[in-house]
Design a protein around this ligand. Structure first.
Ligand SMILES: NC(=O)c1ccc[n+]([C@@H]2O[C@H](COP(=O)([O-])OP(=O)(O)OC[C@H]3O[C@@H](n4cnc5c(N)ncnc54)[C@H](OP(=O)(O)O)[C@@H]3O)[C@@H](O)[C@H]2O)c1
Length: 249
């Protein structure tokens, strides 16, 4: 495989599992030094680090709770201290909490934690990273097909977090463009091996609404992220790349 990211430093939030882990592996295979975060899966994070290092690439994991916005500046400082700079930020970490807005038993604390993790936490990491991203830098925000179309009941809060970070990322593209830093969104779709899928009935409706009528594999979404991180995407900014099997087609 060619190594278009040689000499680049990447930070992937939520790299211990699922899409984040697939992205860490791919960016490292393409030559980047890759830092990533996790919040509770220390063993899985270490396994990803060991796997990447076993292939002769560089990876390091930092525990950093994205729901606590005060942790973001220290995270970025740790990445810069470890690898000497930052070129690529992949905002991947998120959680999913479902529930209809009129559910009297809704776990509002869990919903609020999701808003903190998926929205305010992403903004805090972007703000901290923007201080240090080098010329030619890349910001890639992982959203969902649900960031542009809700589609089924019970997803108002999750969808709102994704829609919010999509619009924020567009603003980032405007703010950082003069520094030759791009900011783009990847709308991911339902994935095998990622976060808990919705209940079987909702899953059936969602899969039925896709052009490809199947779940994606994390590697298929990671490939879209790697493209936006690459030198080939130098004139792509403020864009949304749909990698969700045709949810909007
Ligand atoms: N899976 C899907 O079907 C699907 C569909 C569309 C979009 N997406 C989006 O794709 C991205 C990845 O999803 P996934 O399915 O790969 O998720 P996942 O398998 O559940 O992994 C989530 C990752 O985020 C980390 N994380 C969660 N809360 C965190 C926090 N407070 N602080 C720091 N890290 C935290 C987790 O760390 P720990 O391991 O330590 O918990 C883990 O590494 C998300 O943005 C998601 O919204 C997923």
């Amino acid at each position: 495989m060619s190594k278009p990211l040689t000499g680049k430093v990447a930070l992937v939030t939520g790299g211990s599992r699922g899409l984040g882990a697939a992205t860490v592996r791919l960016l490292a295979e393409q030559g980047a030094d890759v830092a990533f975060t996790y919040v509770s899966s220390e063993k899985q994070a270490q396994a990803v680090v060991d796997e990447v290092r076993g292939k002769g690439a560089n990876a390091v994991a930092f525990r950093s709770d994205q729901a606590d916005t005060s942790q973001a500046p220290a995270l970025i400082d740790d990445v810069v201290a470890h690898f000497g700079g930052l070129d690529i930020l992949v905002n991947n970490a998120a959680i999913s909490v479902a529930g209809t807005v009129d559910d009297p038993d809704a776990d509002t604390a869990a919903l609020d934690r999701m808003h903190a993790t998926n929205y305010l936490g992403v903004i805090a990491v972007i703000r901290a990273a923007a201080r240090v991203l080098r010329t030619g830098g890349r910001i890639i925000t992982v959203s969902s097909g649900l960031g542009s179309r809700v589609g089924t009941p019970g997803l108002a809060d999750y969808s709102a977090t994704k829609s919010g970070i999509e619009r924020y990322t567009m603003g980032v593209a405007r703010d950082l463009g003069p520094r030759d830093i791009t900011a783009n969104v990847v709308e991911a779709g339902l994935m095998d091996g990622g976060m808990e899928p919705p209940d079987p009935e909702t899953l059936k409706v969602l899969l039925g609404s896709l052009s490809l009528q199947r779940m994606g594999h994390p590697d298929e979404i990671a490939a879209a992220i790697a493209f936006l991180a690459s030198p080939a995407a130098s004139y792509v900014t403020g864009a949304v790349l749909d990698a969700h099997g045709g949810y909007n087609a």
